[in-house]
Design a protein around this ligand. Structure first.
Ligand SMILES: Cc1cc2nc3c(=O)[nH]c(=O)nc-3n(C[C@H](O)[C@H](O)[C@H](O)COP(=O)(O)OP(=O)(O)OC[C@H]3O[C@@H](n4cnc5c(N)ncnc54)[C@H](O)[C@@H]3O)c2cc1C
Ligand code: FES
Length: 319
């Protein structure tokens, strides 16, 4: 089944409970509206069955045969992509096998105390197992502050993966729209490069939004896709005040909707900050996009961190 945050906040795992009952002993199902709860929508990433259940759920069959595992990787490159965004290249440590995965999936970095931190993989599978990450430094964040200040080339990390269902859907001839916010460009890059590599003739519109042009840290790459591939178009969207010629002002989902007021014939992929994902989810469905053709990863904090933040809010005990 599709999933992203594993914390009850993004809604990508939503299913309908046709029979049975469940409860939410950990996080409440914050991603569900009162209307959805009344229609017996549940979030399988948090729900615990209290009886046999019958669910109506979407499946992502392409990821089901790839086993998740842990391995040790070595940092072979660390560089600055933009202010507050660090690029990392990782290879399997000596004696380790490469991670089998699909473009767009993410991994968890496993910290020394067992906590996990999710990061999307910015490149498709490589023969040498190389993994590229784009890490935004979060103020007060334990892991990303350490990456920013202390992590060095030659250091080892423990990772677990592959995770997630934000992967290419090849069973369609529909035009595709990709929408990325900030480092949400990482998995979009992997999936777009996959479709370009396949020689797909489907129209591809890539929208990348950030506060300033300097934050679009791989813009020349996206512009090269558009220049060298007839069916690819790239749109730089700037929400801050300094908007230059060739850039679009405003929020990235607004630019998508201005160009495509009717989304009923598209497949749409989006990844990035939770507010962008929430707005896109709501407004794209209002523009006619069927929910089963909206694929997304919401860049929430790690499930255990969200659980700590959510603790203390009003509890939800279940049906
Ligand atoms: C599927 C997925 C893919 C992702 N991919 C990417 C990616 O490619 N690139 C990227 O940059 N990000 C990505 N993210 C987001 C990334 O995982 C987080 O930014 C990262 O986990 C932050 O880790 P940290 O240890 O630095 O911060 P954390 O230590 O997790 O802290 C996060 C924030 O919460 C605050 N906080 C922590 N504990 C508490 C508490 N008890 N009460 C109140 N506040 C608290 C901290 O001060 C900080 O501001 C992804 C997320 C998901 C779910
Ligand atoms: S709400 Fe279940 S995966 Fe995000």
């Amino acid at each position: 089944m599709p999933y992203s945050c594993r914390a009850g906040v993004c809604g990508s795992c939503k299913a309908i409970m046709l029979e049975g009952s469940c409860e939410y002993p950990s996080n409440p199902p914050l991603a569900l509206s009162a209307g959805e709860l009344a229609q017996h929508a549940i979030l399988p990433c948090q729900a615990v069955a209290t009886s046999d259940m019958l669910l109506r759920a979407r499946e992502v069959t392409s990821v089901e045969d790839i086993a998740r595992r842990q391995l040790s990787v070595m940092v072979v490159e660390k560089w600055t992509l933009a202010s507050g965004v660090i690029g990392l290249r990782l290879v399997p440590a000596p004696g380790e096998r490469r991670l089998l995965r699909l473009p767009g999936q993410y991994l968890d970095v496993v910290l020394d105390d067992g906590q996990h931190r999710p990061f999307s993989i910015a490149n498709g599978p490589q023969d040498d197992g190389m993994i590229e990450l784009h890490v935004r430094h979060v103020n007060g964040g334990e892991f990303t502050s350490w990456v920013d200040g202390k992590l060095q080339v030659g250091d080892r990390l423990r990772i677990e993966g592959p995770l997630g269902t934000f992967v290419p859907r090849e069973d369609s001839e529909r035009p595709m729209i990709f929408m990325a916010g900030g480092t949400g460009f990482a998995p979009v890059k992997a999936i777009v490069e996959h479709f370009i590599g396949l020689g797909s003739r489907r129209p591809i519109d890539v929208y990348w939004g950030a506060r300033s042009a300097a934050d679009l840290y791989l813009r020349p790459l996206a512009e090269r896709w558009a220049a060298s591939t007839q069916n690819v178009r790239f749109h730089a969207v700037i929400s801050g005040a300094d908007v230059a010629a060739g850039e679009r002002p405003g929020l990235v989902h607004e630019a998508v909707l201005a160009d495509h007021p009717d989304l009923s014939g598209h497949d749409l992929y989006m990844s990035g900050p939770p507010p962008m994902i929430d707005a896109g989810h709501r407004l794209f469905m209002e523009a006619g996009l069927p929910e089963e053709r909206l694929y997304y990863d919401s860049f929430d904090y790690a499930p255990e961190v969200l659980a700590r933040i959510i603790t203390g809010r009003a509890g939800f005990t279940g049906f």
